[in-house]
Design a binder for this molecule. Structure first.
Ligand code: SAH
Ligand code: SF4
Ligand code: F3S
Length: 472
Protein backbone atom coordinates (compact mmCIF):
# COMPACT_ATOMS: atom_id res chain seq x y z
CA UNK A 1 0.00 0.00 0.00
CA UNK A 2 1.35 3.43 -0.90
CA UNK A 3 1.04 6.60 1.10
CA UNK A 4 -0.13 9.72 -0.72
CA UNK A 5 -0.45 13.36 0.25
CA UNK A 6 -4.09 14.32 0.54
CA UNK A 7 -5.67 17.47 -0.95
CA UNK A 8 -8.83 19.01 0.47
CA UNK A 9 -11.90 17.25 -0.97
CA UNK A 10 -13.09 19.96 -3.35
CA UNK A 11 -14.37 17.86 -6.25
CA UNK A 12 -17.09 15.23 -6.45
CA UNK A 13 -17.19 11.77 -8.00
CA UNK A 14 -20.17 9.49 -8.45
CA UNK A 15 -19.26 5.82 -8.92
CA UNK A 16 -22.13 3.63 -10.08
CA UNK A 17 -21.57 -0.07 -9.56
CA UNK A 18 -23.01 -2.95 -11.58
CA UNK A 19 -22.31 -6.69 -11.37
CA UNK A 20 -20.63 -8.70 -8.66
CA UNK A 21 -19.21 -7.97 -5.22
CA UNK A 22 -15.75 -7.61 -6.66
CA UNK A 23 -17.02 -4.58 -8.54
CA UNK A 24 -18.36 -3.22 -5.23
CA UNK A 25 -14.89 -3.65 -3.75
CA UNK A 26 -13.23 -2.10 -6.81
CA UNK A 27 -15.57 0.91 -6.69
CA UNK A 28 -14.61 1.56 -3.07
CA UNK A 29 -10.93 1.22 -4.05
CA UNK A 30 -11.39 3.68 -6.94
CA UNK A 31 -12.82 6.14 -4.42
CA UNK A 32 -9.71 5.53 -2.26
CA UNK A 33 -7.47 6.22 -5.27
CA UNK A 34 -9.32 9.43 -6.15
CA UNK A 35 -9.45 10.85 -2.60
CA UNK A 36 -5.83 12.12 -2.68
CA UNK A 37 -6.74 14.03 -5.86
CA UNK A 38 -9.45 15.86 -3.91
CA UNK A 39 -12.51 13.82 -5.00
CA UNK A 40 -15.34 13.25 -2.50
CA UNK A 41 -17.88 10.50 -3.32
CA UNK A 42 -21.50 11.55 -3.97
CA UNK A 43 -24.60 9.47 -4.73
CA UNK A 44 -26.19 11.55 -7.50
CA UNK A 45 -24.56 11.80 -10.94
CA UNK A 46 -26.16 15.24 -11.43
CA UNK A 47 -24.00 16.59 -8.57
CA UNK A 48 -20.76 15.05 -9.77
CA UNK A 49 -17.70 16.51 -11.48
CA UNK A 50 -16.81 12.97 -12.48
CA UNK A 51 -19.07 9.95 -13.07
CA UNK A 52 -17.57 6.48 -13.29
CA UNK A 53 -19.64 3.48 -14.34
CA UNK A 54 -18.13 0.30 -12.96
CA UNK A 55 -19.62 -2.17 -15.37
CA UNK A 56 -20.49 -5.86 -15.75
CA UNK A 57 -20.26 -7.94 -18.93
CA UNK A 58 -21.57 -11.26 -17.60
CA UNK A 59 -24.89 -11.29 -19.49
CA UNK A 60 -26.06 -9.31 -22.49
CA UNK A 61 -28.62 -7.32 -20.50
CA UNK A 62 -26.03 -6.17 -17.96
CA UNK A 63 -23.68 -5.12 -20.69
CA UNK A 64 -26.22 -3.23 -22.80
CA UNK A 65 -27.47 -1.28 -19.78
CA UNK A 66 -24.16 0.59 -19.80
CA UNK A 67 -24.84 2.23 -23.15
CA UNK A 68 -28.28 3.51 -22.17
CA UNK A 69 -26.78 4.89 -18.96
CA UNK A 70 -24.02 6.58 -20.99
CA UNK A 71 -26.70 8.25 -23.14
CA UNK A 72 -28.33 9.67 -20.00
CA UNK A 73 -24.98 10.90 -18.69
CA UNK A 74 -24.31 12.72 -21.94
CA UNK A 75 -27.53 14.70 -21.43
CA UNK A 76 -26.71 15.35 -17.78
CA UNK A 77 -23.31 16.67 -18.79
CA UNK A 78 -24.91 19.06 -21.25
CA UNK A 79 -27.42 20.26 -18.65
CA UNK A 80 -24.59 20.89 -16.18
CA UNK A 81 -22.59 22.86 -18.72
CA UNK A 82 -25.62 24.98 -19.52
CA UNK A 83 -25.88 25.79 -15.82
CA UNK A 84 -22.22 26.86 -15.90
CA UNK A 85 -21.09 24.05 -13.59
CA UNK A 86 -18.08 22.97 -15.65
CA UNK A 87 -17.48 19.86 -17.69
CA UNK A 88 -18.43 16.49 -16.21
CA UNK A 89 -15.81 13.78 -16.75
CA UNK A 90 -17.45 10.50 -17.86
CA UNK A 91 -15.57 7.23 -17.36
CA UNK A 92 -16.29 3.56 -17.91
CA UNK A 93 -14.48 1.04 -15.72
CA UNK A 94 -14.92 -2.67 -15.11
CA UNK A 95 -15.63 -5.64 -17.31
CA UNK A 96 -17.48 -3.96 -20.21
CA UNK A 97 -14.59 -1.51 -20.52
CA UNK A 98 -12.18 -4.44 -20.62
CA UNK A 99 -14.22 -6.44 -23.13
CA UNK A 100 -15.06 -3.58 -25.49
CA UNK A 101 -11.86 -1.53 -25.17
CA UNK A 102 -11.52 1.02 -27.97
CA UNK A 103 -14.89 -0.13 -29.41
CA UNK A 104 -16.46 1.61 -26.46
CA UNK A 105 -15.19 4.95 -27.77
CA UNK A 106 -16.74 4.29 -31.18
CA UNK A 107 -20.15 3.47 -29.67
CA UNK A 108 -20.02 6.29 -27.10
CA UNK A 109 -17.48 8.86 -28.35
CA UNK A 110 -18.38 11.29 -25.54
CA UNK A 111 -16.70 9.03 -22.97
CA UNK A 112 -13.46 10.45 -21.49
CA UNK A 113 -11.98 7.48 -19.64
CA UNK A 114 -12.08 3.75 -20.40
CA UNK A 115 -10.25 1.58 -17.92
CA UNK A 116 -10.24 -2.16 -17.27
CA UNK A 117 -10.48 -3.83 -13.85
CA UNK A 118 -6.70 -4.28 -13.65
CA UNK A 119 -5.86 -0.66 -14.45
CA UNK A 120 -7.77 1.47 -11.96
CA UNK A 121 -4.73 2.20 -9.80
CA UNK A 122 -3.65 4.30 -12.81
CA UNK A 123 -6.73 6.54 -12.59
CA UNK A 124 -4.73 9.52 -11.26
CA UNK A 125 -2.40 9.43 -14.30
CA UNK A 126 -5.36 9.12 -16.65
CA UNK A 127 -7.20 12.01 -15.02
CA UNK A 128 -4.07 14.18 -15.18
CA UNK A 129 -3.50 13.31 -18.84
CA UNK A 130 -7.13 14.10 -19.64
CA UNK A 131 -6.80 17.53 -17.99
CA UNK A 132 -3.48 18.20 -19.75
CA UNK A 133 -4.10 16.86 -23.23
CA UNK A 134 -7.89 16.37 -23.54
CA UNK A 135 -9.13 13.49 -25.72
CA UNK A 136 -10.29 10.12 -24.49
CA UNK A 137 -7.94 8.09 -22.30
CA UNK A 138 -7.94 4.30 -22.63
CA UNK A 139 -6.21 1.75 -20.39
CA UNK A 140 -7.28 -1.86 -20.70
CA UNK A 141 -3.84 -3.42 -20.15
CA UNK A 142 -3.21 -6.25 -17.78
CA UNK A 143 -0.23 -4.51 -16.19
CA UNK A 144 2.65 -6.71 -15.05
CA UNK A 145 2.67 -4.98 -11.66
CA UNK A 146 -0.37 -6.03 -9.61
CA UNK A 147 -2.63 -3.05 -9.00
CA UNK A 148 -2.94 -3.93 -5.31
CA UNK A 149 0.67 -2.79 -4.69
CA UNK A 150 -0.29 0.70 -5.86
CA UNK A 151 -3.48 1.29 -3.92
CA UNK A 152 -3.67 3.52 -0.84
CA UNK A 153 -4.82 2.14 2.53
CA UNK A 154 -8.60 1.53 2.48
CA UNK A 155 -10.95 4.16 3.92
CA UNK A 156 -13.54 3.17 6.56
CA UNK A 157 -16.03 0.64 5.21
CA UNK A 158 -18.38 0.06 8.14
CA UNK A 159 -19.03 -3.09 10.17
CA UNK A 160 -19.11 -5.43 7.18
CA UNK A 161 -16.49 -5.08 4.45
CA UNK A 162 -15.29 -6.80 1.31
CA UNK A 163 -11.66 -7.70 0.78
CA UNK A 164 -10.45 -8.98 -2.62
CA UNK A 165 -7.84 -11.68 -2.12
CA UNK A 166 -7.84 -13.35 -5.51
CA UNK A 167 -8.76 -12.16 -8.94
CA UNK A 168 -9.19 -13.61 -12.40
CA UNK A 169 -10.05 -17.15 -13.35
CA UNK A 170 -8.33 -20.06 -15.09
CA UNK A 171 -11.36 -22.35 -15.19
CA UNK A 172 -12.83 -21.25 -18.52
CA UNK A 173 -16.40 -22.40 -18.11
CA UNK A 174 -17.64 -22.35 -21.69
CA UNK A 175 -20.40 -19.78 -21.03
CA UNK A 176 -18.36 -17.26 -19.07
CA UNK A 177 -16.56 -14.02 -19.96
CA UNK A 178 -14.73 -13.61 -16.65
CA UNK A 179 -11.45 -15.28 -17.70
CA UNK A 180 -11.32 -12.76 -20.57
CA UNK A 181 -12.37 -9.64 -18.66
CA UNK A 182 -10.47 -10.27 -15.43
CA UNK A 183 -7.57 -12.26 -16.83
CA UNK A 184 -5.59 -15.12 -15.34
CA UNK A 185 -5.82 -16.12 -11.70
CA UNK A 186 -3.79 -13.98 -9.35
CA UNK A 187 -3.59 -14.41 -5.57
CA UNK A 188 -2.47 -11.53 -3.39
CA UNK A 189 0.31 -12.25 -0.87
CA UNK A 190 -1.08 -13.21 2.54
CA UNK A 191 0.79 -10.42 4.37
CA UNK A 192 -0.85 -7.71 2.22
CA UNK A 193 -4.28 -9.21 2.88
CA UNK A 194 -3.63 -9.41 6.63
CA UNK A 195 -2.48 -5.75 6.63
CA UNK A 196 -5.61 -4.63 4.78
CA UNK A 197 -7.81 -6.70 7.11
CA UNK A 198 -6.17 -5.14 10.20
CA UNK A 199 -6.61 -1.64 8.73
CA UNK A 200 -10.33 -2.34 8.21
CA UNK A 201 -10.79 -3.82 11.70
CA UNK A 202 -9.02 -0.79 13.22
CA UNK A 203 -11.69 1.36 11.55
CA UNK A 204 -14.62 -0.64 12.95
CA UNK A 205 -15.09 -3.61 10.61
CA UNK A 206 -16.07 -6.83 12.38
CA UNK A 207 -17.12 -8.93 9.40
CA UNK A 208 -15.00 -9.58 6.31
CA UNK A 209 -16.10 -11.20 3.08
CA UNK A 210 -13.07 -12.44 1.18
CA UNK A 211 -13.61 -12.04 -2.53
CA UNK A 212 -12.30 -13.78 -5.61
CA UNK A 213 -13.78 -14.91 -8.91
CA UNK A 214 -12.62 -18.34 -7.83
CA UNK A 215 -11.75 -17.53 -4.25
CA UNK A 216 -11.01 -21.03 -3.05
CA UNK A 217 -8.33 -21.39 -5.73
CA UNK A 218 -6.43 -18.86 -3.56
CA UNK A 219 -2.73 -19.76 -3.31
CA UNK A 220 -0.98 -16.55 -2.32
CA UNK A 221 2.58 -16.34 -1.04
CA UNK A 222 2.70 -16.83 2.73
CA UNK A 223 4.95 -14.69 4.95
CA UNK A 224 7.62 -17.42 4.97
CA UNK A 225 7.55 -17.84 1.18
CA UNK A 226 5.59 -21.09 0.78
CA UNK A 227 2.11 -20.51 -0.58
CA UNK A 228 -0.98 -20.41 1.66
CA UNK A 229 -4.32 -21.99 0.89
CA UNK A 230 -7.59 -20.18 1.54
CA UNK A 231 -8.04 -22.30 4.68
CA UNK A 232 -4.63 -21.24 6.02
CA UNK A 233 -5.44 -17.60 5.31
CA UNK A 234 -8.83 -17.85 7.04
CA UNK A 235 -7.19 -19.31 10.15
CA UNK A 236 -4.72 -16.39 10.25
CA UNK A 237 -7.50 -13.82 9.75
CA UNK A 238 -9.55 -15.44 12.52
CA UNK A 239 -6.66 -14.59 14.91
CA UNK A 240 -7.13 -10.82 14.34
CA UNK A 241 -8.74 -9.52 17.54
CA UNK A 242 -12.12 -7.91 16.81
CA UNK A 243 -12.70 -9.76 13.55
CA UNK A 244 -15.61 -12.00 14.49
CA UNK A 245 -17.15 -13.03 11.18
CA UNK A 246 -15.45 -14.32 8.05
CA UNK A 247 -17.09 -15.28 4.76
CA UNK A 248 -15.73 -16.00 1.29
CA UNK A 249 -17.21 -15.92 -2.19
CA UNK A 250 -17.37 -17.19 -4.92
CA UNK A 251 -16.12 -20.73 -4.66
CA UNK A 252 -15.86 -23.38 -7.31
CA UNK A 253 -16.81 -26.93 -6.28
CA UNK A 254 -13.63 -28.28 -7.88
CA UNK A 255 -11.39 -26.18 -5.63
CA UNK A 256 -13.13 -26.90 -2.34
CA UNK A 257 -10.29 -28.73 -0.63
CA UNK A 258 -10.23 -30.93 2.47
CA UNK A 259 -8.44 -28.27 4.51
CA UNK A 260 -11.19 -25.75 3.70
CA UNK A 261 -13.88 -28.22 4.80
CA UNK A 262 -11.89 -28.74 8.01
CA UNK A 263 -11.77 -24.96 8.52
CA UNK A 264 -15.58 -24.91 8.42
CA UNK A 265 -15.57 -27.41 11.28
CA UNK A 266 -12.86 -25.74 13.33
CA UNK A 267 -12.96 -21.94 12.83
CA UNK A 268 -15.96 -20.49 14.69
CA UNK A 269 -15.61 -17.11 12.92
CA UNK A 270 -16.20 -18.78 9.56
CA UNK A 271 -19.93 -18.23 9.01
CA UNK A 272 -22.17 -21.23 8.32
CA UNK A 273 -23.23 -20.03 4.90
CA UNK A 274 -21.63 -20.87 1.58
CA UNK A 275 -22.37 -19.69 -1.95
CA UNK A 276 -21.38 -22.68 -4.07
CA UNK A 277 -22.53 -22.35 -7.68
CA UNK A 278 -23.53 -25.60 -9.37
CA UNK A 279 -25.11 -24.18 -12.59
CA UNK A 280 -26.83 -27.43 -13.60
CA UNK A 281 -27.83 -30.84 -12.26
CA UNK A 282 -27.16 -32.66 -15.55
CA UNK A 283 -23.81 -34.38 -16.01
CA UNK A 284 -23.88 -33.87 -19.76
CA UNK A 285 -24.57 -30.15 -19.40
CA UNK A 286 -21.93 -29.82 -16.67
CA UNK A 287 -19.41 -31.43 -19.03
CA UNK A 288 -20.40 -29.12 -21.90
CA UNK A 289 -20.01 -26.19 -19.51
CA UNK A 290 -16.50 -27.44 -18.60
CA UNK A 291 -17.36 -27.34 -14.91
CA UNK A 292 -15.14 -30.36 -14.21
CA UNK A 293 -17.46 -32.20 -11.81
CA UNK A 294 -20.65 -34.28 -11.87
CA UNK A 295 -23.93 -33.65 -10.07
CA UNK A 296 -23.14 -36.51 -7.67
CA UNK A 297 -19.74 -35.02 -6.86
CA UNK A 298 -21.47 -31.77 -5.90
CA UNK A 299 -23.98 -33.54 -3.65
CA UNK A 300 -21.15 -35.49 -1.98
CA UNK A 301 -19.26 -32.26 -1.37
CA UNK A 302 -22.32 -30.72 0.24
CA UNK A 303 -22.72 -33.79 2.46
CA UNK A 304 -19.11 -33.47 3.61
CA UNK A 305 -19.52 -29.75 4.33
CA UNK A 306 -22.65 -30.42 6.36
CA UNK A 307 -20.94 -33.21 8.26
CA UNK A 308 -18.19 -30.70 9.14
CA UNK A 309 -20.60 -27.92 10.08
CA UNK A 310 -24.17 -29.13 10.66
CA UNK A 311 -25.71 -25.64 10.57
CA UNK A 312 -24.10 -24.81 7.20
CA UNK A 313 -26.60 -23.52 4.63
CA UNK A 314 -26.03 -23.14 0.92
CA UNK A 315 -26.85 -20.81 -1.89
CA UNK A 316 -26.05 -21.33 -5.54
CA UNK A 317 -26.12 -20.06 -9.11
CA UNK A 318 -28.02 -21.78 -11.93
CA UNK A 319 -28.12 -21.36 -15.68
CA UNK A 320 -31.14 -22.66 -17.59
CA UNK A 321 -31.24 -23.18 -21.33
CA UNK A 322 -27.55 -23.80 -21.86
CA UNK A 323 -27.07 -24.86 -25.53
CA UNK A 324 -28.45 -28.35 -26.07
CA UNK A 325 -30.17 -28.58 -22.66
CA UNK A 326 -33.12 -30.97 -23.04
CA UNK A 327 -36.28 -31.11 -20.91
CA UNK A 328 -34.90 -34.20 -19.16
CA UNK A 329 -31.60 -32.44 -18.44
CA UNK A 330 -33.46 -29.49 -16.99
CA UNK A 331 -35.42 -31.94 -14.79
CA UNK A 332 -32.04 -33.16 -13.48
CA UNK A 333 -31.41 -29.61 -12.24
CA UNK A 334 -34.77 -29.58 -10.44
CA UNK A 335 -34.00 -32.89 -8.81
CA UNK A 336 -30.57 -31.70 -7.63
CA UNK A 337 -32.23 -28.64 -6.10
CA UNK A 338 -34.72 -30.94 -4.38
CA UNK A 339 -32.04 -33.16 -2.92
CA UNK A 340 -29.60 -30.44 -1.80
CA UNK A 341 -31.96 -27.74 -0.50
CA UNK A 342 -30.78 -24.16 -0.98
CA UNK A 343 -31.75 -21.28 1.26
CA UNK A 344 -31.11 -18.71 -1.45
CA UNK A 345 -30.13 -18.75 -5.12
CA UNK A 346 -29.52 -16.78 -8.28
CA UNK A 347 -30.79 -18.26 -11.53
CA UNK A 348 -30.35 -16.99 -15.04
CA UNK A 349 -31.38 -17.70 -18.61
CA UNK A 350 -28.28 -18.63 -20.57
CA UNK A 351 -27.00 -15.54 -22.39
CA UNK A 352 -24.60 -16.14 -25.32
CA UNK A 353 -21.49 -14.01 -24.85
CA UNK A 354 -19.25 -12.99 -27.74
CA UNK A 355 -16.00 -14.95 -27.86
CA UNK A 356 -17.04 -17.72 -25.45
CA UNK A 357 -17.17 -21.33 -26.75
CA UNK A 358 -20.82 -21.91 -25.74
CA UNK A 359 -22.01 -19.00 -27.88
CA UNK A 360 -20.92 -20.97 -30.96
CA UNK A 361 -22.43 -24.29 -29.84
CA UNK A 362 -25.26 -25.80 -31.90
CA UNK A 363 -28.82 -26.28 -30.53
CA UNK A 364 -29.21 -22.91 -28.84
CA UNK A 365 -32.38 -23.05 -26.72
CA UNK A 366 -35.28 -20.75 -27.74
CA UNK A 367 -35.97 -17.78 -25.42
CA UNK A 368 -39.50 -19.00 -24.63
CA UNK A 369 -38.20 -22.35 -23.41
CA UNK A 370 -35.55 -20.64 -21.29
CA UNK A 371 -38.21 -18.40 -19.77
CA UNK A 372 -40.46 -21.37 -18.90
CA UNK A 373 -37.61 -23.29 -17.32
CA UNK A 374 -36.46 -20.25 -15.35
CA UNK A 375 -39.95 -19.70 -13.96
CA UNK A 376 -40.22 -23.35 -12.87
CA UNK A 377 -36.78 -23.36 -11.27
CA UNK A 378 -37.37 -20.09 -9.48
CA UNK A 379 -40.63 -21.38 -8.06
CA UNK A 380 -38.84 -24.33 -6.47
CA UNK A 381 -35.95 -22.18 -5.22
CA UNK A 382 -38.30 -19.54 -3.80
CA UNK A 383 -40.28 -22.20 -1.96
CA UNK A 384 -37.08 -23.52 -0.39
CA UNK A 385 -36.09 -20.01 0.66
CA UNK A 386 -39.50 -19.26 2.20
CA UNK A 387 -39.59 -22.56 4.09
CA UNK A 388 -36.13 -21.92 5.51
CA UNK A 389 -37.05 -18.40 6.59
CA UNK A 390 -40.17 -19.73 8.31
CA UNK A 391 -38.18 -22.44 10.06
CA UNK A 392 -35.92 -19.77 11.51
CA UNK A 393 -38.78 -18.47 13.68
CA UNK A 394 -38.00 -19.29 17.31
CA UNK A 395 -34.24 -19.46 16.83
CA UNK A 396 -31.88 -17.25 18.76
CA UNK A 397 -29.08 -16.10 16.48
CA UNK A 398 -26.37 -13.45 16.26
CA UNK A 399 -27.34 -10.61 13.94
CA UNK A 400 -24.81 -8.05 12.74
CA UNK A 401 -26.77 -4.79 12.82
CA UNK A 402 -25.10 -2.94 10.01
CA UNK A 403 -27.54 -0.28 8.79
CA UNK A 404 -30.57 1.80 9.65
CA UNK A 405 -33.95 0.14 9.10
CA UNK A 406 -36.83 1.61 7.16
CA UNK A 407 -38.81 2.57 10.27
CA UNK A 408 -37.59 4.83 13.07
CA UNK A 409 -36.07 2.86 15.95
CA UNK A 410 -35.38 -0.07 13.65
CA UNK A 411 -32.04 -1.44 12.51
CA UNK A 412 -31.36 -3.89 9.72
CA UNK A 413 -28.80 -6.62 10.06
CA UNK A 414 -27.65 -9.91 8.64
CA UNK A 415 -28.11 -13.35 10.11
CA UNK A 416 -25.23 -15.85 9.99
CA UNK A 417 -26.96 -17.12 6.80
CA UNK A 418 -27.09 -13.65 5.22
CA UNK A 419 -30.84 -13.16 5.62
CA UNK A 420 -31.75 -9.51 6.24
CA UNK A 421 -33.17 -9.19 9.78
CA UNK A 422 -35.29 -6.25 10.98
CA UNK A 423 -34.83 -5.54 14.66
CA UNK A 424 -36.11 -2.79 16.95
CA UNK A 425 -32.83 -1.72 18.51
CA UNK A 426 -31.16 1.37 19.94
CA UNK A 427 -28.96 3.32 17.52
CA UNK A 428 -25.99 2.57 19.78
CA UNK A 429 -26.10 -1.07 18.66
CA UNK A 430 -25.42 -0.09 15.02
CA UNK A 431 -22.27 -1.84 13.88
CA UNK A 432 -22.53 -4.55 16.56
CA UNK A 433 -23.55 -8.20 16.47
CA UNK A 434 -26.41 -8.88 18.91
CA UNK A 435 -28.37 -11.95 20.05
CA UNK A 436 -31.77 -11.79 18.40
CA UNK A 437 -34.85 -14.00 18.77
CA UNK A 438 -36.45 -14.50 15.37
CA UNK A 439 -40.19 -13.83 15.58
CA UNK A 440 -41.21 -13.73 11.92
CA UNK A 441 -39.99 -15.23 8.65
CA UNK A 442 -40.99 -13.46 5.43
CA UNK A 443 -39.99 -14.57 1.90
CA UNK A 444 -37.01 -12.20 1.73
CA UNK A 445 -36.28 -11.24 5.32
CA UNK A 446 -36.71 -12.05 8.99
CA UNK A 447 -37.93 -9.99 11.92
CA UNK A 448 -36.46 -10.39 15.39
CA UNK A 449 -36.26 -8.99 18.91
CA UNK A 450 -33.10 -8.26 20.83
CA UNK A 451 -32.67 -11.02 23.35
CA UNK A 452 -32.98 -9.59 26.82
CA UNK A 453 -32.80 -11.43 30.13
CA UNK A 454 -36.62 -11.32 30.27
CA UNK A 455 -36.97 -13.98 27.58
CA UNK A 456 -37.10 -17.30 29.39
CA UNK A 457 -34.44 -19.68 28.06
CA UNK A 458 -37.05 -22.38 27.30
CA UNK A 459 -38.66 -20.10 24.69
CA UNK A 460 -35.41 -19.79 22.83
CA UNK A 461 -34.02 -22.52 20.61
CA UNK A 462 -30.38 -23.38 21.13
CA UNK A 463 -28.03 -21.96 18.56
CA UNK A 464 -26.27 -25.22 17.72
CA UNK A 465 -28.76 -28.10 17.44
CA UNK A 466 -31.65 -25.65 16.95
CA UNK A 467 -30.12 -24.15 13.84
CA UNK A 468 -29.32 -27.56 12.47
CA UNK A 469 -33.00 -28.44 13.00
CA UNK A 470 -34.06 -25.37 10.99
CA UNK A 471 -31.94 -26.64 8.14
CA UNK A 472 -33.22 -30.23 8.29
N1 SAH B 1 -17.00 -17.18 -10.40
C1 SAH B 1 -18.28 -17.60 -10.13
C2 SAH B 1 -19.39 -16.86 -10.82
C3 SAH B 1 -19.13 -15.86 -11.85
S1 SAH B 1 -20.45 -15.16 -12.69
C4 SAH B 1 -18.41 -19.07 -10.37
O1 SAH B 1 -17.51 -19.71 -10.77
O2 SAH B 1 -19.44 -19.62 -10.16
C5 SAH B 1 -21.88 -15.34 -11.68
C6 SAH B 1 -22.90 -16.24 -12.26
O3 SAH B 1 -23.41 -15.71 -13.47
C7 SAH B 1 -22.42 -17.62 -12.64
O4 SAH B 1 -22.32 -18.48 -11.55
C8 SAH B 1 -23.45 -18.07 -13.63
O5 SAH B 1 -24.52 -18.71 -13.00
C9 SAH B 1 -23.93 -16.77 -14.25
N2 SAH B 1 -23.45 -16.62 -15.62
C10 SAH B 1 -22.19 -16.50 -16.04
N3 SAH B 1 -22.14 -16.42 -17.39
C11 SAH B 1 -23.42 -16.49 -17.82
C12 SAH B 1 -24.04 -16.48 -19.11
N4 SAH B 1 -23.31 -16.40 -20.21
N5 SAH B 1 -25.39 -16.56 -19.16
C13 SAH B 1 -26.13 -16.68 -18.04
N6 SAH B 1 -25.59 -16.70 -16.81
C14 SAH B 1 -24.26 -16.62 -16.69
FE1 SF4 C 1 -16.64 -17.92 -14.88
FE2 SF4 C 1 -16.37 -20.50 -14.45
FE3 SF4 C 1 -14.41 -18.83 -13.74
FE4 SF4 C 1 -16.70 -18.83 -12.40
S1 SF4 C 1 -15.24 -20.54 -12.52
S2 SF4 C 1 -15.57 -17.06 -13.12
S3 SF4 C 1 -18.20 -19.25 -13.98
S4 SF4 C 1 -15.08 -19.28 -15.82
FE1 F3S D 1 -19.63 -8.94 -14.03
FE2 F3S D 1 -17.06 -8.70 -14.24
FE3 F3S D 1 -18.13 -9.38 -11.94
S1 F3S D 1 -18.40 -9.52 -15.76
S2 F3S D 1 -19.92 -10.52 -12.58
S3 F3S D 1 -18.38 -7.48 -12.96
S4 F3S D 1 -16.22 -10.12 -12.78
Amino acid sequence: MTKTLTKPLTKTVCIKTYGCQMNVYDSARMADVLAPLGYRPVEEPAEADMVLLNTCHIREKASEKVFSELGRLRQLRQAREERGLGRMVIGVAGCVAQAEGAEMLTRAPWVDLVLGPQAYHRLPEMVARLAREGGAQLDTDFPAEPKFDHLPAPGPRGPSAFLSIQEGCDRFCTFCVVPYTRGAEYSRPAAAILDEARALVDQGTIELTLLGQNVNAYHGAGPAGASWSLARLIRALADIPGLTRIRYTTSHPRDLTDDLIAAHAEVPALMPFLHLPVQSGSDRVLRAMNRGHTADAYVTLVDRLRAARPDLALSSDFIVGFPGETDAEFEDTLSLVGSVGFIQAYSFKYSPRPGTPAAAMPRQVPEAVKAQRLARLQEVLNTQQILFNRRCVGLEIDVLLDRAGRRPGQLLGRSPWMQPVHVAAPAATLGRARRVLIVDGQPNSLAGRLVSPEIPPDQVANAGPGTARALA
